[in-house]
Design a protein around this ligand. Structure first.
Ligand code: WQD
Length: 341
């Protein structure tokens, strides 16, 4: 049985679907602070199997202990997504992020130790690279001081896990996500930001749905071909499949990088904000009204992944492209809002 923390969230729910489809039994731990319990029903509709669920805040050590008393004996591995992830919010509320993301991780690792659960897949982020001097980034690209407390919690979490792997039987794989977008082909699960989206693609789909009036492009005076920032947008289903590959690697006890390995999980291709807008139109026929605004503090100009290590060692490569992902995002938005067009 695999414990998936944050399993009713965007990436977590897509990963639970892939784990169940691969024959794994799954228990979801989630505090529902940034997701809905109805996601469990959607996972059951997609897979035919209803994952077990415990509502729990990982930062509440006593509550987490009580849950592990019920499930810990049967668990073989943990996939850890549960964390707050809004970059801007983390700047305004650093202690909320350090408490939630780091206390939660420490409590989880202590419970894993208590039940001798020795396999962990961790949700890390390309944000640990900051603005890299060399692009595309490899796993050897030096981490840089994160632009936000959110990004800092990812770097610190990687180090906490590494330190535990040095002195215990714990084996871990940290997946450094680039920019997850898209939705499951069923359109039954997808990204559902609380309040006004800060990320590009949900803002695009909400603009297409008429929920937002127009998109503000945060700056077009960057040193890139069209002046807008470049990111590596990866379909969330490809990203979910990378977690299954990571668990399989841990099961085989294969490693070339010690007890804590790191993998970039992206497409290896960079796309600008304008390219996203144009590709969305090509995928959906929907024009996105936009205006050019000021640069957003903390944005890096350009980052995308060198994924050769994951391709070689995880036997994983992204199969879906930007157009596939944007089309699936729009299908999800239409399904969620009962838009027939
Ligand atoms: C992408 C580009 C914006 C919104 C963040 C986190 C990262 C991960 C993904 C959690 C940038 C531009 C955006 C808008 C815009 N989060 N943009 N108008 O900042 O690359 O990554 O989200 O795991 O850790 O750092 O993603 O989608 O916010 O921005 O022009 O309304 O789109 O300036 O260039 P980002 P994003």
């Amino acid at each position: 049985m695999v414990i998936v923390t944050g399993g009713t969230g965007y990436i977590g729910s897509h990963t639970v679907v892939e784990l169940i489809n691969a024959g794994k039994s799954v228990v979801i731990l989630d505090d529902l602070s940034n997701s809905r319990i109805e996601v469990i029903d959607a996972i059951e509709e997609i897979t035919g199997t209803r994952p077990l669920f415990h509502r729990v805040d990982l930062a509440d050590a006593e509550a987490l202990k009580n849950v592990f008393d019920k499930i810990g004996e049967k668990a073989e591995a943990v996939v850890h997504f549960a964390a707050k992830k809004a970059v801007g919010e983390s700047v305004e509320k650093p202690l909320l992020y350090y408490r939630n993301n780091l206390f939660g991780l420490v409590n989880l690792l202590e419970e894993m130790q208590r039940f001798s659960i020795e396999k962990l897949v961790f949700s890390s982020s390309c944000t640990v690279y900051g603005q890299p001097s060399v692009i595309p980034v490899t796993e050897e690209t030096p981490r840089q001081k994160a632009e936000s407390p959110y990004g800092n919690t990812k770097s610190i979490a990687e180090d906490i896990i590494s330190d535990c792997c040095k002195v215990s039987p714990l084996k871990a794989i940290s997946l450094r996500y680039f920019n997850p977008i898209g939705a499951h082909a069923s359109a039954k699960i997808g990204e559902l930001p609380v309040g006004t989206p800060t990320n590009l693609v949900p803002y695009v789909t909400q603009t297409a749905a008429g929920v937002r009036q127009e998109l503000t492009v945060h700056g077009d005076d960057y040193p890139t071909e069209d002046g807008t920032c470049i990111r590596d947008y990866i379909h969330v289903v490809d990203l979910a499949k990378a977690h299954l590959k990571a668990l399989e690697r841990l099961d085989k006890e294969v490693s070339v990088g010690g007890n804590h390995e790191f993998f970039n999980v992206g497409t290896g291709k960079g796309s600008s904000v304008m390219e996203v807008i144009e590709t969305f139109k090509a995928a959906t026929g929907v024009n996105i009204p936009y205006k050019i605004g000021e640069r957003r503090p903390g944005d890096v100009t350009e980052i995308y992944a060198d994924t050769s290590f994951a391709e070689k060692e995880l036997c994983w490569k992204a199969e879906l492209n930007l157009k596939d992902a944007l089309g699936s995002s729009w299908n999800w938005e239409k399904n969620y809002r009962n838009i027939k067009a």
